[in-house]
Design a protein around this ligand. Sequence first.
Ligand code: FUL
Length: 463
Amino acid sequence: MPKLPPRITEASAVVPSERQLAWQALEFYAFVHFGINTFTGREWGAGDEDPALFQPEKLDCRQWAKVLRAAGMRGMILTCKHHDGFCLWPSRQTQHSVAASPWKNGQGDVVREAAAACREFGLAFGVYLSPWDRHEPSYGKGEAYNAFFKAQLRELCTNYGELFAVWFDGACGEGKSGRKQAYDWQGYYDIVRELQPNAVIASFGPDVRWVGNEAGVCRSSEWSVVPEGLLQSDNGKSNWDLGSRKALRKARGQALVWYPAEVDVSLRQGWFYHEKEVYSVKPLSKLRDIYYKSVGANASLLLNVPPGPDGLLHERDVEVLISLGAQLRIDFKEDLAEGSAITDSCHADSAHTGQKILEPGGYWHSGPLDQPAELVLDLGDDYDIDKIALKEHIATGQQIEKFSLWYDENTGVLGQNKWRLLERGTIIGHKRLIRFNERRVRRFKLRIEACRGFATLEGWEAY
Ligand code: FUL
């Protein structure tokens, strides 16, 4: 491999924060869009809706949590306040909340119930709070609105236990002649850091990057190290290459940051529940594909699941979510690489040999690499395999730029083996899932063909 440009050495040294590492391990969690829109059939409420409309008679956040858990998810982010300004908790900053609705005689608190259900079912809990507020009269009045918003944020960050994520939505539909509010983003971030230091700030925030579309589509190379300053507005689908050597060179002068991707997509057509959209519930095959192409492409998957006006997930949604969980459990039931042997062409030291990949907490470190490295996984016997999972040790950064995966075609003659190509790829990152037609294989070879000075691997699974 040719000598590294200084810009790439710089990228190689960028590592995730502890909170980003913890978030990345969640991989798959739910978005729950629920609020006044659930009762009006809108996607964007106008802000003048009557709180009396909010009457989820059978609300059962335990049902949500139970189903999400069964679907294989590890967390939930609830829309505590969407653009309409209606709060799912009794905010002291406004009358426009559950406290003004007949539901539970104004004594209810959906955020509290959702947070408790998450804790009970072992899910992490996060909050979505929309800066754009169409109800609040101070919106557009500068500091007055920022103070209002910060006070709401403080309530959510203080009263509902540990949060794993605070999701700020950058959307605003005020238009040219509408109200203009200058958001104090840094002030908002400071509050989250002060009160919830372990929470990532997502989407319009510094820790987790919106993938750039709502269709569940990732880039083929989803880099976690990108130039600073990418936010929703300039992260669209047209911006296909964010972190390659070329992209980093082009962004000369900009600092480089760890800013990994999150894929947000809805189970249904809309983000909120609409009765007539039951036909649009995505089938298992589509959901499974989205999972492989997001979680398996170095991104996390935020799948939106909207409860209906009765406060429950619709049976159709429940059914497909449960089958998704069952399918994923079958897909990843038995890791045949467990207890196998891995040999390497090089390693930094004896504590980081290829074999360490298969030990919990262990990882392979190549040491300085100026030529391709090779690792061979020997399963000890032939097995029928159709999936491989690879994981870089991202705590020391994202390094691998190009790899190829090979399998040993069983010639039946001892000592005579032929490596056949299975897959060529670019990045690996937190996780790369590779699917192929089932083959009877004993040995796989991974060739690291380009990297940023060194390479690591902390996981290699075979199913
Ligand atoms: C967008 C919003 O406008 C949608 O209503 C939804 O909440 C989606 C997740 O983000 O910006």
